[in-house]
Design a protein around this ligand. Structure first.
Ligand code: MN
Length: 495
């Protein structure tokens, strides 16, 4: 469902008139070549823009970038020296993410041929410093990427930035639907929705569950039969859900819920949602398989009214669009404290996204202790071993804080035959005690976005674009340093 291939980043090159038309033509040729080459390597389109040599054209280009919906950001490079006061008014109005590519056309110094003409054209080593200064002087959020443009490393940095910029663009004006309020008394899933819309660009609004129920009740038998056939095709059904099984009607109820929810969300052009077991009036089951399949199609989700996590899961899915592996709503559920083999079991009551599954996915029905509704149908599966991470955004009252913990997912050592939900096991970085202490000291939520295909660099870039606090807990984390970072950030984000 998520396709970022229509998004574009503009490749802009700074220079000035001082060099004369010949040099500027060469600069333009080089830039065109770089933009074209990067365009073939990056997940979004790279659009070459004519070389910028004066403040009016810079200002005009920034206006155009702001007003081009598909433009997710600018990649700037100063091939020659571009006096940066020319950039002030343009950068002042720029509302799109900025990547400063600190590169040069030639990889190597042409030792035998180099002369002052060559030096005159190829001076990004100091031209980019002038641009860097004005960025810092104006306190601009941006990503600085250093290296030769043909190197794998630079492409990877740019690829990550362009995916993150796409997720940021996707958030602007995005709609997240809340079915019911936050779970009663829960603190961390609360937050300032007005501030979130100001800061992040997405809206969060509540809809009465009755409006969803009306949509669910309007689903036809024919539609239900079609979706049940899809379930049969895609999943291994528990015996009692099969044709003639005693719970077959519950599978049809689950399909009805999915069809109703899908229509409700599609009609409102929503990109994610929340629900809560405390507000299911008129619903037969807490949505399980429905939520799981909607997540797999790209919708963000947060349980118990957790709209911040719903939006974050959506953003992570956009960043990871088309990459192998998946992104899911997650909750740290229970611990394995065996010395030397400490693990976290991540899961939720029902709602783990099957994009992170490994092996067979079973559709099963089991009782659910809370919610007071009929047994919900859910997808049950394991998840593969490998590097992963958990990310959360919490509202600290005066600011939003993102916390990321890199983890190593491990294959389950046992079968867990009685656990009726999807599950994933992981080892926390840098180690169980340090990682969990840091997470708890930072106020990290019990809900997260769990990712198999994003590194912490994605989330760091995202926090930078959003202008929010970012805390990483990874293999390098030392608790004493981390505690100081928390203290220092209280000052850095004061106001
Ligand atoms: Mn939960």
């Amino acid at each position: 469902m998520i396709d970022i291939s229509n998004y574009e980043a503009w490749f802009i090159t700074g220079s000035q008139h001082l060099y004369g038309p010949e040099t500027l033509e060469e600069v333009a040729r080089h830039s065109q070549e770089i933009a074209k080459e990067l365009g073939t390597k990056l997940p979004i389109n790279i659009v070459y823009k004519p070389v910028l040599t004066g403040p009016q054209e810079i200002y005009k280009l920034m206006q155009e970038a702001n007003n081009t919906p598909n433009c997710v950001g600018l990649i700037a490079w100063m091939h020659t020296f571009s006096p940066a006061k020319m950039w002030i008014n343009g950068l002042k109005i720029l509302q799109k993410p900025l990547a400063h590519l600190h590169t040069q056309y030639n990889r190597d110094i042409p030792w035998d041929a180099i002369d002052m003409d060559f030096m005159n054209t190829n001076q990004s080593a100091h031209g980019d410093r002038e641009f860097g200064f004005i960025g810092s002087r104006m306190r601009l959020s941006r990503k600085v990427i250093v290296g030769h443009w043909q190197s794998e490393d630079v492409r990877e940095r740019l690829s990550i930035w362009s995916r993150v910029a796409s997720a940021w663009a996707d958030w602007q004006g995005a709609k997240f639907v809340r079915f019911g309020d936050n779970m009663r008394y829960v603190a961390v899933t609360e937050g300032d929705k007005v501030e979130a819309e100001i800061k992040f660009g997405y809206e969060v609004n509540t809809y009465g569950i009755g409006d969803l129920v009306a949509e669910v009740n309007a689903v036809t038998d024919e539609q239900i039969a079609g979706l049940v056939a899809t379930y049969e095709q895609e999943y291994e059904l528990g015996d009692n859900l099969k044709e003639g099984g005693e719970k077959r009607e519950s599978l049809r109820d689950a399909a009805r819920i999915e069809l109703g929810m899908r229509k409700f969300l599609t009609d409102r052009n929503a990109k994610g949602f929340t629900d809560t077991f405390e507000d299911l009036h008129g619903m037969k089951q807490l949505p399980g398989i429905a939520t799981q399949r909607l997540m797999a199609d790209g919708y963000g989700f947060g349980g118990e009214g957790d709209w911040k996590t719903s939006a974050l899961v959506r953003a992570m899915k956009v960043m990871g669009a088309g990459l192998p592996g998946g992104n899911s709503f997650m909750e740290d559920y229970t611990y394995h404290f065996a010395p030397g083999n400490e693990q976290v079991l991540g899961s939720h009551m029902l709602e783990i996204c099957p994009t992170i599954a490994e092996g067979k996915v079973r559709a099963e029905i089991h009782p659910l202790g809370i919610g007071g509704k009929e047994d919900p149908v859910r997808l049950v599966f394991n998840c593969p071993a490998g590097p992963a991470l958990n990310a959360t955004i919490v509202d600290m009252g005066n600011r939003f804080r993102m916390i990321v913990n890199t983890v190593e997912a491990v294959a389950p050592e046992q079968d867990l035959p009685n656990l009726p939900v999807a599950r994933v096991l992981w080892k926390v970085h840098p180690d169980m005690k340090t990682g969990l202490a840091a997470w708890i000291l930072a106020g990290g939520a019990h809900h997260t976005g769990y990712s198999q295909n994003l590194t912490s660099e994605y989330l760091e870039d995202f926090a930078e674009m959003a202008g929010i606090e970012y805390l990483i807990i990874d293999e390098d984390t030392k608790l004493r340093t981390f505690k100081n970072e928390l203290r220092f950030n209280e000052v850095a984000f004061k106001g």
